[in-house]
Every structure is written in structure tokens, then in C-alpha cells.
Design a protein around this ligand. Structure first.
Ligand code: RUB
Length: 316
């Protein structure tokens, strides 16, 4: 059967794939809002057709990028709350669930920001990697508490999300020093904390985040600089409870090297993994809206919040 997707859903799908919408929390909010759009615009003539079109939209959204678990977690949250005997009732249950999900996402970020801010002292310098709204929430909360914070921002090749971080920190009144990724170890001498986000957190406490996070964590440990991950619980990866691993997205090689340069070099391989895994022993704390956890004990929270292990709600 042909489950036509609302044009806005197609647009969101393309925007996530092209990284116009990016970062795990923002992807989750975008996907949830696309489900609300689908619910509003689906011209289903029966409850079954409506449900089928919602599942089709969820499957399409899910296929966009593989690593940030906040995306399937958002889709699960909404579809599991879809209920009603009429199309109208179903539609309302979806739009209500989306509104609740997005509000919860914002509240979680605010709450974890307070927790993360408590780890930062007046006068501290924080080193960042990539662009994480959860990580920025910690620095912004610290600034709101009246602490003076400075930042050393890694540019984060190949896509330079560090530029977004630099701009947002500057807007928050934080003095920023931008450095190339390979300068990170040198500048760890001047950092009191390393603060990163997460796309997924595995049951063993492994943190999956932008490529380069694991090397940064090892260097930070060697320098004695504490490193924390700011990650609301939507980043917990339920499938890792049953032994699955987190898929690391491989992106296009033209993000790494321009086609002309590559042609000039000749026959070489280019690889572009977007994420890596930081083993729990190199991470000091995972900061969530439920407080901070040593990575090794995050599994308790994961079981509590995601332990149900039901069938995927978008299955055909
Ligand atoms: C973004 C990235 C971010 C996490 C957390 O990668 O690795 O650190 O997604 O972000 P990309 P947030 O740019 O490839 O999406 O805290 O905003 O969820």
C-alpha cells in the first residue's frame, strides 16, 4: 500500500540526512514534529490507514542517520502513545504526545544544565568538541549562576560544528578561543574541564559522540583534566541492553577532501566515520536530568527508563 508522506515529512527527512537539522536532541525534536505534521496532514480514511501512514513516516525518519538513538527513541515515544478509535482521536493523541515530548526534551536539557553547572567553578576554562545543546546548557547555566567561564573550542573537522559552539558561547558572554583539533592536547594545559555531548550511550557506559571525542578523552585523562558528557536520558540506547552495538555512521568522502584534490592525489581510500566510542574508563561523569552518574552505573537508569523491550511500534 501507498502511505503518502506529508511534504513536510519529506522535507524534514532530507534536512536530517543533509545535516541542516543536526545534533542528537535537535534531530529528536525535528523527527517528533514531523510526526505531528504527518498526523495533521495525513488524509487517511480509516484508523488503520492512519496508523499505517504514521508507521511509514516513522520508518522514513528513522532511516536518515543511524547513530543518534534520540531519533528512534523520539519515534517510539510518540508512536507508543498513539491511541483512539477514530482518525480524529488518533490524530490528537499523536499531536499531544509530540507536544509533551518536545516540552520534556526542553525541560530535561534545562535540568541537566543545572547539574552540569554545579561541576563548573567560577573562573574555570572548559574545552568543547563539536556542538552539543546539552553541553552548552551546562555552560549557560553556570554563567547564569554568575560564574565566569572561558572556553577553548575545537573546530571539529570535517564539518566545523565548533564554529556553531563558538558563536553560541560568544552570544552567552563566554570568551572563546577557537583551535584546530590537533591543538587540543596542547591546550588541555589551560583547561579545567572537557565537556562533550552524546549521540548514544551504551549499556556499558560507552559514550558515542562526534569523531575525535575518544582521543580527546584519552588525552584529557593523561593530562588529569576531568571529562564529562552532558546527555539527557533520551540518549540512552535501549538495544545495547540486549547486546546490540551502536552503528557508527560513515559519511561521504567529499566532506574530507574536495573532489579535485582527491583526483590530483590519485588512487587512495578516504574514510569518514562521523562518530566514535569513548570507553567508560575514560569518562568521569555522565550528566543527565536525573543527576550525574559514573558511566559504569548508567545501566541502572537505562533499565529503569527503557527496560520494557517491546516490539518496535513502526513495524509493518
Ligand atoms: C553532533 C554531536 C553532538 C551530539 C549531542 O553530531 O556529535 O555532540 O549530537 O548534541 P552531528 P546535543 O553534527 O554529526 O549531528 O547535545 O545537541 O543533542
Amino acid at each position: 500500500t501507498d502511505h503518502r508522506l506529508a511534504p513536510d515529512v519529506e522535507e524534514t527527512t532530507a534536512a536530517i540526512a543533509s545535516m541542516e537539522i543536526r545534533g542528537a536532541a535537535t534531530i529528536a525534536a525535528g523527527a517528533a514534529e514531523a510526526l505531528a505534521t504527518q498526523a495533521r496532514e495525513a488524509d487517511a480514511d480509516s484508523p488503520e490507514a492512519f496508523r499505517a501512514s504514521m508507521r511509514a513516516a516513522a520508518r522514513r525518519l528513522r532511516e536518515t542517520r543511524p547513530t543518534a538513538v534520540s531519533l528512534p527513541n523520539a519515534l517510539r515515544y510518540v508512536l507508543r502513545r498513539m491511541e483512539g478509535r477514530s482518525v480524529e482521536a488518533l490524530r490528537e493523541s499523536v499531536t499531544d504526545a509530540v507536544a509533551e515530548f518536545v516540552a520534556q526534551l526542553d525541560r530535561a536539557q534545562e535540568d541537566l544544565g543545572q547539574v552540569g553547572a554545579n561541576r563548573l567553578a567560577d573562573g574555570d576554562t572548559v574545552m568543547t568538541h563539536c556542538h552539543s545543546t546539552d553541553a552548552l546548557a551546562c555552560i549557560e547555566a553556570a554563567v547564569d549562576q554568575g560564574k565566569e567561564i572561558e572556553a577553548i573550542v575545537k573546530e571539529t573537522r570535517p564539518r566545523n560544528q565548533g564554529h556553531i559552539t563558538a558563536e553560541q558561547l560568544r552570544e552567552a558572554g563566554v570568551p572563546v578561543t577557537l583551535v584546530v583539533d590537533s591543538a587540543a592536547r596542547r591546550y588541555l594545559n589551560e583547561a579545567d574541564h572537557v565537556l562533550v555531548g552524546a549521540d548514544s550511550i551504551a549499556a556499558d557506559g560507552g559514550v558515542i559522540n562526534k569523531i575525535g571525542t575518544s582521543g580527546l578523552a584519552v588525552n584529557a585523562r593523561e593530562r588529569g583534566v576531568p571529562i564529562m558528557t552532558a546527555a539527557q536520558t533520551i540518549k540512552l540506547h535501549p538495544e545495547t541492553l540486549t547486546g546490540h552495538t551502536v552503528e557508527i555512521e560513515m559519511r561521504a568522502e567529499d566532506e574530507v577532501i574536495a573532489p579535485e584534490s582527491r583526483e590530483q592525489i590519485g588512487e587512495i581510500a578516504v574514510e569518514n566515520p562521523a562518530f566514535d566510542v569513548t570507553p567508560p574508563r575514560y569518562m568521569d561523569a555522565i550528566v543527565t536530568e536525573h543527576g550525574q552518574f559514573p558511566p559504569e552505573s548508567i545501566v541502572t537508569l537505562m533499565r529503569e527508563l527503557f527496560g520494557e523491550g517491546a516490539a518496535e511500534p513502526w513495524a509493518e
